[in-house]
Design a protein around this ligand. Structure first.
Ligand code: GCB
Length: 735
C-alpha cells in the first residue's frame, strides 16, 4: 500500500526489451529526495550527494546523517518471468533498500558496488515503491573513521536496474556479477588464462545448458571459443570455469595498452536462444618488483611516477559523471604519468576501465585510514571491502597493487589521552587486522602485490606491521610537516639500510600550493607555486637517484575538499597539481617536462603576470619548463639562452615597465606568455593616484581572482618607500 508521504509520485515506466537475455539500464533520474536535516523534499538525479555545498560552507559541521531517495516504479506483469536486480556502484556509507516497505538489503561501506535482488518483493502489474535510505553518519564499525577528506553522503555513483532471465550468471555477490579472469602465468610466448563464472537457475525445473566463453583479441577478432554442457537443477548455483593457453600474447603495458575481451553466454542445450550474456575486458602482462631491479613490467624496468587522485570536484562533491572521471585520468596520462594511486578508497568502475585503456598502472586501496576500531564488526567490514574491491576489479590489467591501510597509527601517535595499555591494545588489533587483510588479499589474488602506506614514524617498523605487505609505501612530507628537503633521501637510505630487501614506493609527498600566491623566493608554508616546484623537483631527483625506490605518486593530482582544513583556501587541501576545478597549476606542466618524451616547452607563471621589481636594475625571474637541453627565450626582440637543469631553465631579466611578450622555444616547440612590469618605486611615486596594495608581513604576491589586483609582497622600509619597520616576515612554521 502506498503510504501518505509519497505526496508526489514519480511513476517510472520501464521500457525493457523482454526478449533480450539481460537488460541493463541506469535508474538515475528523478528521485524524490529528503534528508533528516532538510525536510524539504526535492527531485534529484543520481549521481547525487547532499554535501556538495555544506562541506565547503559549514566546515566540520557538514551534514552527516540519513538521506532518503524514493521512486515509484511500474513493474509490468511480464517481469514475473524475469529476475530484477538493483546494482549500486557506490553509495556512502550504509545503504538500505526497501521495496513496498519490505527491506530487501543493506550494505555497509561507501566505496564499492553491491547488488540486491528485488524479484521476491516486487508486485507485478502495478506501481511499486522503492525507498533507499543512505546514512553517512560517523560509525565506529565502518572505515574510514577519520581522514583528511570529506565523507560526502548519498548515492554518488550510477545506479542500475538489471533484468535477467530465470537462468543467469550470478549477480548478487561480492563481485557484483563479475566473471573472474585470472592470468596466473604470462610470458612473451604464452599466457595461461582462466575464466570463472557462476550460473543460477531460478526456474522451477532442472535445465540442460550450454555455457561458453568466446575470446576476442585486441583487434576484436574471435580467437577462441570454449564451451561446456551443464545440468543445473532448480534453485541451484554452479561454478563453471574454463582455462586456456594463448600463444604469442599481445601484451598490455602503459605504452601499448592492448585489451582482450571475453564474452560468456548461457543457452539451453540444442537451442540458439541466449539466456544470458556477460562480457569483460582483460589484459595480459606480468610484473615483479625488487630492490635491485625496481618495478619490472613484461621484462622491462620502469620507474613509476604519477599521482594520487581523490574523487571530488568543485561544486559536485563526490557525485561525478563518468565524463569527469575519464577526463581526470586523461589529464594524468597527458602529464606523462605511468601510475596512479586511488587514495584512499576504491573509485568508480569507470576509473579502472579508463586506466586499462590509457595505460596507467594502479595502486587501489580500501579506506582503512588513520585509526581502527577493536570490534569484529569493524574488522569484518574492512575485510568485506577488500573482498569487494578485489573481486569487482580483478580483471583490470592496470591494477598491480592492492592497498591494505593508510597511516594507520597516525591518530594513536598524536593521542595524549590514551594510556600505554590502551595504545598497546590498539596496536595489537591494528596488526591483527593488517594480517587478516593481507591473508584475504593473497587468498583472493596471489598474483598481485599487497601494499600499505605509512607515515614517518618508527612504530610501523617496531610493531612489525611494516613486514606484513609485499611492498611499503611511505607518505613523506619533509620540507612541509617535517623540516628539510634533503632529509627525505636520508630517511630513505636509512630505511633501505635496515630493510635491504623491502621494495619502497613514495606513496605521498607535496606541499600546499595556491595559484594566487607567487614569489621568486619560495619558503615552506608560503603556499606559493614556486615552493611547490622546489619541493617536487627535489623529490623527483632524490627518487631518481635511488634504484631501490620503485616509484612515487604525488599528493595529490587535484586539490580536494577537507572540511576541517584552514589552509590558504578554507576547507580545501591544496596539495594538488591542478586546482579543484581542474585548472592547472604550474607544477602539472613541470611533470610534463620531466616525464614526456615528445618535445615540450612551457613558460611557468600562468598566474604570475604582474611583476614588481624595485626598479630597472632589479631583476625578475622567468622559469621555463622543457625537456630539451637548452632553450631560448625571446623578450621584446632580444634572445636569451639558458641550459635546462632538471627540466627547468631560469632567466633572470631586468625589464622596463610595461607589457612584455615572452616566447620560449627549443627550435621544435614554442610557448608564449605576456607579463606586465611595474616598478615598486613608481608605486610610491603614484600614491596620490593609486592605492598601493601590500600583502602585509609576507614575502609573497597575492593576486585576487575576482578583481585581478595583485597585493605585493612586503619589504623593509626605506626612506621614500613603504614597508615594515622592525619585526620579521611571518612564517607559519619555522623550518
Ligand atoms: C597524508 C594522508 C592524506 C592527507 C595528506 C596531507 O599523509 O595520507 O590523506 O591528505 O597527508 O595533505 O596532509
Amino acid at each position: 500500500m502506498r503510504s501518505a508521504y509519497y505526496f508526489f509520485i514519480l511513476i517510472f515506466l520501464w521500457s525493457f526489451n523482454l526478449a533480450a537475455q539481460r537488460n541493463i539500464q541506469t535508474i538515475n533520474s528523478a528521485w524524490e529526495f529528503s534528508s533528516e536535516k532538510n525536510e524539504k523534499t526535492k527531485v534529484v538525479n543520481i549521481p547525487h550527494t547532499w554535501n556538495a555545498e555544506d562541506a565547503f560552507r559549514d566546515g566540520k559541521e557538514y551534514f552527516r546523517g540519513k538521506g532518503t531517495y524514493k521512486k515509484s516504479l511500474f513493474v509490468p506483469q511480464e517481469w514475473q518471468q524475469k529476475r530484477a536486480f538493483l546494482k549500486f556502484e557506490g553509495s556512502n556509507q550504509i545503504t538500505t533498500v526497501y521495496v513496498n516497505e519490505e527491506k530487501v538489503g543493506e550494505h555497509r561501506g561507501g566505496y564499492t558496488g553491491f547488488v540486491f535482488d528485488l524479484s521476491e518483493a516486487l508486485n507485478y502489474g502495478e506501481a511499486n515503491q522503492l525507498r533507499i535510505v543512505v546514512d553517512n553518519a560517523h560509525n565506529t564499525d565502518i572505515p574510514p573513521l577519520d581522514a583528511d577528506f570529506n565523507f560526502y553522503g548519498g548515492i554518488y555513483r550510477d545506479l542500475q536496474l538489471i533484468l535477467t532471465n530465470q537462468i543467469h550468471f550470478e549477480l548478487e555477490n561480492e563481485a557484483t556479477g563479475n566473471m573472474l579472469i585470472k592470468t596466473p602465468e604470462v610470458s612473451a610466448e604464452k599466457a595461461q588464462i582462466t575464466f570463472e563464472t557462476k550460473i543460477v537457475n531460478h526456474s522451477k525445473v532442472s535445465k540442460d545448458l550450454h555455457v561458453s566463453v568466446d575470446i576476442f583479441n585486441p583487434e576484436k577478432r574471435k580467437i577462441e571459443s570454449l564451451s561446456k554442457k551443464v545440468q543445473l537443477s532448480s534453485a541451484e548455483t554452479k561454478s563453471i570455469n574454463f582455462s586456456k593457453v594463448i600463444t604469442d600474447p599481445d601484451l598490455w603495458s602503459p605504452d601499448s595498452p592492448k585489451l582482450y575481451e571475453a564474452v560468456a553466454k548461457i543457452s539451453e542445450e540444442n537451442s540458439k536462444e541466449i539466456l544470458d550474456e556477460i562480457d569483460s575486458k582483460f589484459g595480459l602482462r606480468w610484473f615483479e618488483v625488487s630492490t635491485e631491479k625496481g618495478f619490472v613490467l613484461n621484462g622491462k624496468p620502469i620507474k613509476l611516477i604519477g599521482a594520487n587522485r581523490h574523487q571530488d570536484f568543485e561544486g559536485l562533491g563526490n557525485a561525478l559523471p563518468n565524463s569527469i572521471h575519464r577526463s581526470d585520468y586523461k589529464t594524468i596520462k597527458e602529464m606523462g604519468a605511468s601510475v596512479i594511486r586511488t587514495a584512499h578508497y576504491p573509485q568508480d568502475p569507470e576509473v579502472y576501465k579508463i586506466c586499462d585503456e590509457l595505460g596507467l598502472l594502479v595502486w587501489t586501496e580500501v579506506p582503512v585510514i588513520n585509526d581502527v576500531t577493536d570490534t569484529n564488526a569493524y574488522h569484518d567490514v574492512s575485510l568485506k571491502m577488500q573482498r569487494e574491491q578485489i573481486l569487482q576489479f580483478y580483471n583490470h590489467p592496470s591494477i598491480v597493487m592492492w592497498g591494505l591501510m593508510n597511516e594507520i597509527f597516525i591518530r594513536l601517535v598524536f593521542n595524549n589521552q590514551m594510556t600505554e595499555e590502551e595504545k598497546e591494545a590498539k596496536i595489537r588489533t591494528t596488526v591483527a587486522l593488517a594480517e587478516k587483510l593481507e591473508k584475504e588479499t593473497k587468498r583472493l589474488d596471489p598474483d598481485r602485490l599487497s601494499v600499505m602506506a605509512l607515515h614517518e614514524n618508527k612504530l610501523y617498523n617496531e610493531s612489525g606491521i611494516a613486514d606484513i605487505p609485499d611492498v611499503i609505501g611511505w607518505n613523506l612530507y619533509f620540507g612541509w610537516y617535517s623540516p628539510g628537503l634533503e632529509s627525505f633521501g636520508e630517511f630513505l637510505d636509512e630505511q633501505h639500510k635496515r630493510y635491504p630487501n623491502r621494495p619502497l614506493f613514495i606513496s605521498e609527498y607535496g606541499p600546499g600550493a595556491d595559484s594566487r600566491i607567487q614569489t621568486d623566493e619560495p619558503k615552506p608554508w608560503d603556499y606559493s607555486e614556486a615552493y611547490q616546484l622546489k619541493l617536487h623537483r627535489s623529490y623527483i631527483n632524490q627518487v631518481q637517484e635511488r634504484d631501490y625506490v620503485f616509484g612515487m605518486t604525488a599528493w595529490n593530482f587535484a586539490d580536494f575538499g577537507s572540511s576541517f582544513r584552514q589552509d590558504s583556501r578554507p576547507y580545501i587541501n591544496q596539495k594538488g597539481l591542478v586546482n579543484i576545478d581542474r585548472s592547472k597549476k604550474d607544477i602539472y606542466h613541470y611533470y610534463q617536462a620531466r616525464l614526456l618524451e615528445e618535445p615540450f616547452i612551457y613558460i611557468a607563471g600562468k598566474n604570475y603576470k604582474n611583476r614588481y621589481p624595485k626598479d630597472a636594475n632589479d631583476s625578475l625571474r622567468i622559469t621555463v619548463f622543457s625537456n630539451a637541453e637548452e632553450v631560448k627565450l625571446e623578450v621584446d626582440n632580444t634572445e636569451f639562452t639558458s641550459e635546462v637543469e632538471d627540466g627547468i631553465a631560469i632567466f633572470e631579466l631586468s625589464l622596463q615597465e610595461g607589457n612584455h611578450e615572452l616566447i620560449a622555444t627549443d627550435d621544435t616547440v614554442s610557448h608564449s606568455r605576456e607579463i606586465e612590469v611595474k616598478f615598486r618605486k613608481n608605486l610610491v611615486a603614484e600614491i596620490d593616484q593609486y592605492a598601493i596594495l601590500v600583502n602585509v608581513g609576507t614575502h609573497v604576491n597575492f593576486t585576487d581572482e575576482s578583481t585581478g589586483e595583485t597585493w605585493i609582497s612586503d619589504q623593509e622600509y626605506k626612506a621614500g618607500s613603504f614597508g615594515y619597520v622592525g619585526g620579521s616576515v611571518y612564517q607559519k612554521k619555522q623550518q
